[in-house]
Design a protein around this ligand. Structure first.
Ligand code: SF4
Length: 320
């Protein structure tokens, strides 16, 4: 198991990698980019391709064969970002509720534990003949549970990283985890995450374009070839699941002010600005979507709405 922070990202863009060695000489590799990045020219997919060329990992991929690809937004806000968890007849558990522990790079155990907590409350409700109400015991109990205690200790790491960059932010975050763990308090209180990921995107005029290298087809690949191995299928006639609320705003702002970041943050090549004689046209190749939900989160105007597609058509990861 290998984890890294930073490279090839700059000091102001948070993220890092994971590389897991599996049976039969297989590896699972991924690269995380925090979506509160400012530069609209950042392309998380291209950062991932660059990461694989680092001398410390390159040899792992040379001579290998790709068998699957996917992408996913991770709910990283932690303790201070967990939403209301219960609603009549249902509850959010695990990563859907934001229980991932970012600095410890752990999420599965929180998913299992919160699943157990919710199931115990379901059992109590059934035993007492309740139905269609809210599992208030789960909502009221999670902060006092092991999951709540774990997340509370690390609550400032991500905000400090975002505020102070990789090096100083990580040092302050590490220090804060120690004081929380050893003495049960923080010099920083509870830091807020500040702007939303959408609001964090800055106009293109404040940033430089990033010149990403072309894929070599051996270590690095293009988006469409990757989407092909994501095992995602959409029924031909299903309703549109990606909705742009205001096309005029998309042109005036997303294109003219932010230089079309959708083309770069989408890991599946869904969004394109096609230059035509009448002007740029926003094209949505919805059939490529791998359902990461980044567009719903990162569009600078919150003008794109991802809705659940029909059919549960993937991505489907084999060998897991
Ligand atoms: S269209 Fe949106 S949800 Fe689909 S892959 Fe692109 S960014 Fe992700």
């Amino acid at each position: 198991m290998q984890h890294s922070f930073g490279w090839p990202l700059d000091n102001q863009t948070g993220g890092g990698s994971f590389l897991y060695h599996m049976e039969d000489e297989q590896v699972m590799v991924g690269f995380v980019v925090h979506l509160n990045y400012k530069n609209p020219y950042v392309a998380p997919f291209e950062e991932f391709q660059r990461f694989k060329t680092h001398p410390s990992v390159r040899g792992t991929f040379e001579g290998g064969k790709r068998f699957s690809y996917g992408a996913r937004a991770i709910t990283e806000g932690g303790f201070q970002s967990v939403p209301k968890l219960v609603f009549p007849g249902g509850a959010l558990v695990g990563c859907a509720a934001g229980f991932v522990n970012v600095p410890r790079i752990k999420g599965s155990h929180s998913a299992v534990l919160t699943g157990i907590m919710a199931a115990e409350e379901v059992n109590k409700a059934l035993q007492s003949g309740r139905q269609r109400d809210e599992l208030t015991g789960y909502e009221q109990g999670w902060r006092g549970s092991q999951v709540g205690a774990d997340l509370k200790k690390v609550r400032n790491v991500k905000p400090l990283w975002s505020k102070f960059g990789l090096y100083l932010g990580m040092m302050l975050g590490g220090f804060d985890m120690w004081t929380n763990t050893l003495f049960g308090f923080s010099f920083f209180g509870t830091q807020s995450h500040g702007k939303t990921d959408a609001e964090s995107t800055e106009p293109a005029s404040k940033h430089q374009k990033i010149d990403y290298p072309k894929p070599d087809g051996v270590i690095s690949f293009d988006k469409l070839g990757s989407v092909f191995i994501s095992n995602t299928n959409h029924e031909e006639n299903q309703p549109i699941h990606l909705k742009v609320k205001d096309m005029e705003l998309q042109k005036k702002s997303e294109h003219d002010v932010y230089a079309g970041p959708s083309n770069r943050y989408c890991p599946a090549g869904v969004y394109e600005w096609v230059e035509e004689t009448s002007g740029p046209r926003f094209q949505i190749n919805a059939q490529n979507c791998v359902h990461c939900k980044t567009c719903d989160i990162k569009d600078p105007n919150q003008n794109i709405n991802w809705t659940t597609p029909e059919g549960g058509g993937g991505p489907n990861y084999p060998n897991m």
